[in-house]
Design a binder for this molecule. Structure first.
Ligand code: PXP
Length: 246
């Protein structure tokens, strides 16, 4: 069955707005699990703008489902990952000035740098996923890297308007088929919402979607458990019935 990784970064964003202790992403993770999350995803950024080291360490011992750490290929964060040992690390690009991760990791353009980090993580028993744009050269570079999975960046699809939506979706289908052909596990994420998730969940071989902002935004109004449950229901029903794009 298709898996939902709930990204809890924005629970920490709200806490950091006042540099206080609430809301606690650790509590949010418990409620997300109760709502049916198959994984908890968090991004320990170099500037620590939302998730803090303490969050990662506590979540490592409290999360029962898959713990997925999004991280840049930076020595300091790698050291922490090797110490804390999440179940999965998703390598992402990171720029200090960006509001959120803006593009996929350029694996093809920096193979030796990425390989160094991938090797260290895998030696420690951590599964590696690479967050990449849905482009053949990036997928082929990821396959050469010997990683377990790739997460296709769905941001362009999410931001597309009118006819461009179909175009972007077509691109995701083509890229997903190549990911599967390369023997990699298929993940996707970024910008997915209750309105646009089903077409992505229905892509053949889709294994995991990582979704943050939309779930946390709804959780503010209806509660975390319900918001996760509603997203999971949409994904599972789309994957079962292959709902076409709207
Ligand atoms: N996947 C990756 C690799 C990300 O960097 C993010 C954002 O942190 C997400 C998924 C979730 O994106 P969103 O918050 O738009 O759902």
């Amino acid at each position: 069955m298709i898996q939902l990784g709930v990204n809890i970064d924005h629970v920490a964003t709200l806490r950091q707005a006042r540099r206080t202790y609430e809301p606690d992403p650790v509590a949010a993770a418990v409620l997300a699990e109760l709502g049916g999350a198959d994984g908890i995803t968090l991004h320990l950024r170099e500037d620590r703008r939302h998730i803090q080291d303490r969050d990662l360490r506590i979540l490592r011992s409290t999360v029962v489902v898959k713990l997925n750490l999004e991280m840049a290929c930076e020595p300091e964060i790698l050291r922490i990952a090797l110490d804390v040992r999440p179940d999965q690390a998703t390598l992402v690009p990171e720029k200090r000035e960006e509001i959120t991760t803006e593009g996929g990791l350029d694996v093809a353009g920096q193979e030796s740098r990425v390989r160094l980090v991938v090797d260290k993580l895998q030696e420690a028993g951590i599964a590696v996923s690479l967050f990449i744009d849905p482009e053949p050269r990036q997928i082929e570079a990821a396959a050469r890297m010997g990683v377990e999975a790739v997460e296709l960046h769905t941001g362009k699809y999410a931001n597309a308007k009118g006819n461009a939506v179909e175009e972007e979706l077509k691109g995701l289908h083509t890229a997903s088929a190549l990911v599967h052909q390369c023997g990699l596990i298929l993940h996707a994420g970024h910008g997915l919402t209750y309105r646009n998730v089903q077409a992505v969940a229905a892509i053949p071989h889709m294994h995991e979607l990582n979704i943050g902002h939309s779930i946390v935004a709804r959780a503010v109004l209806v509660g975390m458990t319900q918001s996760v449950r509603e997203m999971k229901q949409l994904m599972v029903s789309a994957a079962a019935s292959m709902v076409p794009a709207k």
